[in-house]
Design a protein around this ligand. Structure first.
Ligand code: C5P
Length: 395
């Protein structure tokens, strides 16, 4: 599983740095390519030569030191990484990353990478329990950074409590499981809708909403990753379609409805995360509407409620809806589940911090047709996408 994977291991200044030697040796044995980056403080505990010998790669501490082994070091390693692991992770590095500080090779690499980042914290129990550290951890978790929880026991400082870095074999199996892709959607066809719709007033103007499509694109990405054939029917967004999905760009709600119907028979699952406009102008003017009177009255007509229509011909397909509310979240969402004949709905409150349009996180409740309400903590949209797919598999 780890064969030929590029793992960047960040080692920071804690006594648990000695355990990182065993970790490197395990990863190398599993045929991963390991590049170690140490902070200056880490070198007070372990000589870089130890990691260099174990990994057979140059160890980087100083970003500016000659000779340089990478063209633009931090970017090169950040790009090359399939995974970045920081073990041991001190309160200091966690605090820096949570607050966007990039002042050495390790912090810069972590900030520049698009690969998943895993922290294995190690510190004194009082530091670990400090609310500042805990809120930094929460903040990073919400952005998709992962943490391997430390254990309890006698710490190097003599205190007894939580803060012992997870053992190298635990970290190794955690890393292994990250590369073990679930392929539980093989043979399934999924339609995902995403983004806003645009309802044209004239060739220049339209009615729309603030949806950016991030939630739907995250679901499409994860569904393909788990083996599904995915049609991503998307209103206008600035996002790049994930590799492997069949992108079907649309503008209006009616167009979205049409495109869904073209692929509906083939689909096993429909996930409607698009923010479909409920109304469209009764007339779309062929020419730009000129300003004349003080008032302009725009007549709107109702768009088809796509999900409601799909609910009427549901058969054995799985239908999942989204609901964004500004009040009475649960009651409104429950009503939609039954009215639209859904398996479940993912509901969020626009006014909750970390939820809603354009963010990388979401805070939702999942409400099923039996009326069960599952409240989820703030999480990265990509992690929520996986969780939604897990719930679908359960069905
Ligand atoms: O009724 P409401 O618009 O709040 O329901 C939201 C859910 O219904 C979303 O899943 C959305 O994609 C879908 N919807 C739809 N057609 C509409 C409006 C919303 O399919 N015209």
């Amino acid at each position: 599983m780890l064969k030929n994977k590029n793992i960047v291991l960040g080692v920071t200044g804690g006594i648990a740095a000695y355990k990182a030697c065993d970790l490197v040796s395990r990863l190398v044995k599993a045929e991963a390519n390991v590049d170690v980056i140490m902070t200056e403080n880490a070198t007070k505990f372990i000589n870089p030569l130890t990691f260099q010998s174990l990994s057979s790669n140059q160890v980087i501490v100083d970003m500016f030191k000659e000779p340089k082994y990478w063209e633009i070091q931090h970017i090169a390693l950040a790009k090359k990484a399939d995974l970045v692991v920081v073990a041991p992770a001190t309160a200091n590095i966690i605090g820096k990353i949570a607050n966007g500080i990039a002042d050495d090779m390790l912090t810069t690499t972590v900030m520049a990478t698009k690969a998943p980042v895993v922290f294995a914290p190690a510190m004194n129990c009082n530091m670990y329990e400090n609310p500042i550290l805990q809120s930094n951890i929460e903040r990073l978790k919400a952005l998709g950074y992962r943490f391997i929880e430390p254990g309890e026991g006698r710490l190097a400082c003599g205190d007894v409590g939580i803060g012992k870095m997870a053992e190298p074999d635990v970290i190794e199996s955690y890393i292994n499981s990250m590369f073990e892709r679930k392929k539980d959607f093989v043979g399934k066809t999924v339609i995902v809708t995403a983004g806003p719709t645009r309802e044209a007033i004239d060739p220049v103007r339209y009615i729309s909403n603030h949806s950016t499509g991030k939630m739907g694109y995250s679901i499409a990405y994860k569904a393909v990753d788990r083996g599904a054939k995915v049609y991503l029917i998307s209103g206008p967004t600035s996002l790049k379609a994930p590799e492997g999905v069949q992108l079907i760009p649309v503008n209006s709600a009616r167009e979205m409805h049409e495109k869904i119907m073209e692929h509906y028979d083939e689909a096993d699952i429909v996930i409607m995360s698009a923010a479909v406009a409920d109304y469209a102008p009764a007339i779309t003017h062929q020419q730009k509407v000129k300003k004349s009177d003080e008032k302009l009255i725009l007549e709107l007509v109702k768009n088809p409620d796509i999900l409601y229509e799909l609910g009427k011909i549901k058969g054995d397909k799985i239908l999942v809806g989204f609901a964004m509310e500004t009040e009475n979240l649960v009651e409104n969402a429950k009503e939609k589940v039954s009215k639209k004949n859904l398996d479940f709905i993912v509901a969020n409150d626009l006014f909750t911090e970390g939820a809603g349009f354009g963010t990388d996180t979401n805070v939702v409740k999942i409400i099923d047709k039996q009326g069960n309400v599952e409240s989820l903590p703030k999480m990265a949209k990509l992690d929520l996408a996986d969780l939604i797919l897990d719930r679908i598999i359960k069905l």
